[in-house]
Ligand binder design. Structure first.
Ligand code: GDP
Ligand code: IMO
Ligand code: MG
Length: 428
């Protein structure tokens, strides 16, 4: 039996969707445990691209997918996604997809608050995805959120209306922006109930039942370690815990059920939205990586900022998640570079530091200390065996292993499911 967690190690978009889709073949259930439709996970199978924002990335492999209690779900977006996947011939029936009765609903007023806040103070913008993620988690913590269990219980609308009235007060009077139409919000609930009620279940009980049958479960993280609400570059983070520990809280299983934790690492670093990024490139190498890597957000279409790989971040990710192995993605994108830089530490205010500082002021004073390694000229996207990789590519991977004390178990050389070298299957 093996249950594994997959998390992003950087600032999201590391290629989690691809690796989850790949490893889902060896699992029986795939569970997402945090975040919402701020995520955009891409899978490419036989040349066809699928992007999921809410439905776990195991759905294309025909595995039962579970939306855990730690997620925040915009019912409108979920219905659209179910329809989109169904049109593409994917089975997203209630037999294939389950939603926790404890997951929280993103309401129109959450989206409105997210956008009004970002617009109100351009200088302090976080650069959120505008999907209402932060405001929904706020209401969850304030014990005034709406959960799927409430949707099944007529009468909950009264609570939603009360919260909406308060948000409208802020929207109109403080943010001087448009209030939400409470009548229109009300009118949609029946459809949400009709479409989504058949999917709702107690996910903790379901997972416990299947684990007793020795089924394998893959827990799919969203965002990345450095967007974690506690451990990321606060306040330039998302509003949930993205680290592996939250796989347990966000789905209702205990930590002893987790066997392995795989961290997804892009062969370089990207970030969407605002916030510090010590190894960011502002030159033509950065532009080359951005173009060749097609670094545009899968959710908002924004251009992703690009920079060199950062071993300080990766060591943080190893520690915070108890990583047992890495999947290195987008290695093909680095092909053609004369040399490649790896950040191995920071120089900060005259001192060498090895850990990501908590203070953003200090982080902005950090200069990366680089080690330069030779690049490779070949196009590696067609290579399927480790031994066939250019020597310098193998050296780059070995250096990542050495610096982080964590083995590279999966190598991705292109977006397609088959463009992968599986050195050590975490489910084995
Ligand atoms: P996620 O949010 O971590 O699932 O990642 P995204 O899907 O947002 O972004 C990753 C992008 O890189 C997607 O467009 C993938 O199709 C693509 N991708 C994944 N792995 C590779 C790879 O090894 N090489 C290349 N060139 N593209 C990849
Ligand atoms: P996946 O799962 C990359 C970023 C946003 C913003 C910050 C807060 O595809 O890797 P939010 O809307 O969550 O309040 O925005 O977090 N962000 C992501 N960046 N990938 C993601 O998800 C992200 N989800 C949120 O750009 O900087
Ligand atoms: Mg993404």
């Amino acid at each position: 039996m093996a249950n594994i967690v997959i998390v992003g190690t950087q600032w999201g978009d590391e290629g989690k969707g691809k690796i989850v889709d790949l490893l889902a073949e060896y699992s029986d259930y795939v569970v997402r445990f945090q975040g919402g439709n701020n995520a955009g996970h891409t899978m490419v199978v036989n040349g066809e691209q699928f992007i999921s924002h809410l439905v776990p990335s195991g759905i294309i492999q025909g595995k039962t997918c579970i939306i855990g209690n730690g997620m925040v779900v915009d019912p409108e977006v979920l219905i659209q996604e179910i329809d989109y996947l169904t049109e593409k011939g994917v089975d997203v029936s209630p037999a294939q997809l389950r939603i926790s009765d404890k997951a929280h609903l993103i309401m129109p007023y959450h989206r409105a608050m997210d956008n009004a806040r970002e617009a109100a103070n351009k200088k302090k913008q976080i650069g959120t995805t505008g999907r209402g993620i932060g405001p929904c988690y706020e209401d969850k913590a304030a014990r005034r959120g709406i959960r799927f269990v409430d949707l099944l219980d007529p009468g909950f609308e009264e609570n939603a209306r009360l919260v909406a009235q308060e948000k409208n007060f802020y929207l109109e009077n403080f943010y001087k922006s448009e209030p939400v139409d409470i009548g229109e919000m009300d009118a949609r609930f029946d459809n949400f109930r009709k479409r989504l009620a058949p999917y709702v279940t107690d996910v903790s009980v379901l997972i416990d039942t299947v684990l007793r049958e020795d089924k394998k479960v893959l827990f799919e993280g969203a965002q990345g370690t450095h967007l974690d609400i506690d451990h990321g570059t606060y306040p330039y983070v998302t509003s949930s815990n993205t680290v592996s520990g939250n796989a347990c809280c966000g789905s209702g299983v205990g930590p002893k059920k987790i066997d392995k934790i795989t961290g997804i690492v892009k062969a370089y670093t990207t970030r969407v939205g605002k916030g510090p990024f010590p190894t960011e490139l502002f030159d033509e190498t950065g532009d080359m990586i951005q173009e060749k890597g097609a670094e545009f957000g899968a959710t908002t279409g924004r251009r992703r900022r690009c920079g060199w790989i950062d071993a300080v971040m990766l060591k943080n990710a190893v520690r915070l998640n108890s990583l047992t192995g890495f999947a290195v993605t987008k290695l093909d994108v680095l092909g053609g570079l004369e040399s490649i830089k790896i950040c191995i530490g920071y120089s900060c205010r005259g001192e060498r530091i090895e850990h990501f500082p908590t203070s953003l002021g200090m982080l902005s004073d950090c200069e990366p200390v680089y080690e330069t390694v030779p690049g490779w000229k070949q196009d590696i996207s067609g290579i399927r065996a480790y031994k066939d990789l250019p020597e310098n590519t193998r050296k780059y991977l070995a250096r990542i292993h050495e610096l982080t004390e964590t083995p590279v178990e999966i190598i991705s050389v292109g977006p397609g499911r088959d463009q992968t070298i599986l050195l050590n299957n975490p489910f084995a």
